[in-house]
Write a protein that binds this ligand. Structure first.
Ligand SMILES: Nc1nc2c(ncn2[C@@H]2O[C@H](COP(=O)(O)OP(=O)(O)OP(=O)(O)O)[C@@H](O)[C@H]2O)c(=O)[nH]1
Length: 212
């Protein structure tokens, strides 16, 4: 059967516990919002297909637990990520301060080519804001990253931020894609996951436990 997509990328959501990583993912993939905080245990993932620059991109998005005790497990997922969302909560100054630590973990464990975007989530909570938009934008600039304030509750900037990271990953891998001969492209069309990894993904899909 012909593939329903041209390329497959892995994205990762990182940030402190409670910043809204699971909610961002559930809003993007299922257009749902979970009002209660159910801490992720280890990792979960969901899939979605997007069309970016005329390319059908299947993205596998990994939602990691923000809690310290799961860090040994979650760090094992950095290695295979092509794009990473670094998420803080605009109502939590500490979650913003910890971005420095998340970036240093990414530098240590993720591939050097990984694309990163900074996200300030919960923009609907203006009355509880502790981190100014300018602070987020300055920090992102200092790391050379794009920056979005988002709201999983109101849907603000959700599609835009996921599309942008996918676009950046696509651009970063474009040369590699362009060198795949058309005959191979028809059947393969996945940058890294070939048959073995496809099988792995199918198994992962069967065990996916995302709570939304
Ligand atoms: N107001 C508001 N609340 C949000 C938003 N996104 C998430 N929340 C709330 O924040 C809490 C934590 O959200 P989660 O998505 O579970 O947080 P997480 O980052 O996945 O947490 P861990 O799994 O523990 O790492 C929940 O009560 C959500 O309803 C948002 O955009 N606006």
């Amino acid at each position: 059967m012909a593939k329903q997509y041209d390329v497959l990328f892995r994205l990762l959501l990182l940030g402190d516990s409670g910043v809204g990583k699971t909610c961002l993912l559930c809003r993007f993939t299922d257009n749902e919002f979970l009002p209660q905080h159910v801490s992720t245990i280890g990792v979960d993932f969901k899939m979605k297909t997007l069309e970016v620059d005329g390319v059908k991109v299947r993205i596998q998005i990994w939602d990691t637990a923000g809690q310290e005790r799961y860090q040994t497990i979650t760090k094992q997922y950095y290695r295979r990520a092509q794009g990473i969302f670094l998420v803080y909560d605009i109502t939590s100054a500490s979650s913003f301060q910890h971005i420095v630590k998340w970036v240093s973990d990414v530098d240590e464990y993720a591939p050097p080519t990984v694309q990163k975007i900074l996200i300030g989530n919960k923009s609907d909570e203006e009355h509880r804001r502790q981190v100014a938009t300018e602070q987020g934008s300055q920090l992102a600039k200092s790391y050379g990253m794009d920056f979005f304030e988002t709201s999983a509750r109101s849907t603000y900037n959700i599609k835009q931020s996921f599309t942008r990271l996918t676009e950046l990953v696509l651009q970063a891998n474009r040369m590699e894609l362009d060198t795949i001969p058309p005959s191979v492209e028809d059947n393969l069309a996945v940058l890294h996951p070939e048959e073995e990894e496809e099988q792995e993904i199918k198994e992962e899909e069967e065990y996916s436990t995302c709570s939304c």
